[in-house]
Ligand binder design. Structure first.
Ligand code: CA
Length: 239
């Protein structure tokens, strides 16, 4: 699944230029010409990153950034400021508002893409291409392959994304709503029990090598991946 980037920029030519370049780089793009339009869009979808122009008609980019950081649903969203202001004070205000990075206009689109990738690598490692290996369970994003102790395992696309997310965020309990936000990217239109369905399928897919034991159901909370060596099937309790 490509990472999605919401571009908030009031200059149509710049908006178009950025959107085309990001699409060429393999991103899904969403566009907003004002903070108000961005707010409406963010009510329906959660992009993986927001690229935010500082100077906007109406509400400023900085005000929007502060609002995003103050809302539980969007407070963790990666954010890069895009601005003509190179002033140090503004840069500090931008970073203090919780932005992950700051790109000054004029910029090369190549540099912008590199900055976006760097922020996503840090904040959303599930979009990386690095193979992940946990307790003999290996996921290779570039080859789209999963093996358990060397044994090829067949996973559907959603199970693959779910596993990639859990492998890159081990030992943390995620609620169904959090997993929908992080793996599906937009939980507004999907029921939470969808997560249970895909966790069940994921466990089935991992069972040939016993790695289904890595996925723990945390009663009343959600799911976690525990990077422990899978124990033989006979030694495990059910559930
Ligand atoms: Ca502007």
């Amino acid at each position: 699944m490509p990472a999605s980037v919401l571009i908030v920029e009031d200059e149509p030519a710049i908006l178009e230029l950025i959107a085309i370049n990001l699409q060429h780089a393999g991103f899904d793009t969403l566009r907003a010409k004002s903070a108000e339009e961005a707010n409406r869009l963010l009510g329906d979808v959660l992009p993986d990153l927001v690229l935010l122009d500082w100077m906007l008609p109406g509400q400023s980019g900085l005000a929007l950034a502060r609002r995003l950081r103050g809302d539980a649903r969007t407070k963790e969203m990666p954010l890069i400021f895009l601005t003509a202001r190179a002033d140090e004070t503004d840069k500090l205000a931008g970073l203090e508002s919780g932005a992950d990075d700051y790109v000054t206009k004029p910029f090369s689109t190549k540099e912008l893409v590199a900055r976006i990738r760097a922020v996503l690598r840090r904040r959303k490692p599930q979009y990386g291409d690095e193979p992940v290996d946990v307790a003999g369970l290996m996921l290779d994003p570039a080859a789209h392959r999963v093996t358990g102790n060397g044994l090829p395992l067949a996973l559907g696309p959603t199970e693959f994304r779910l596993l990639h997310y859990l492998l890159t965020h081990p030992n943390r309990v995620y609620s169904r709503a959090q997993l929908l936000d992080e793996v599906w990217g937009d939980h507004v239109f999907i029921e939470e029990r969808t997560v249970d369905v895909h966790i069940r399928r994921l466990r089935q897919a991992l069972s040939p090598s016993g790695h289904d034991a890595l996925i723990e159901t945390v009663r009343g909370s959600g799911y976690a991946l525990r990077p422990v060596i899978a124990t033989p099937i006979a030694a495990r309790s059910s559930g």
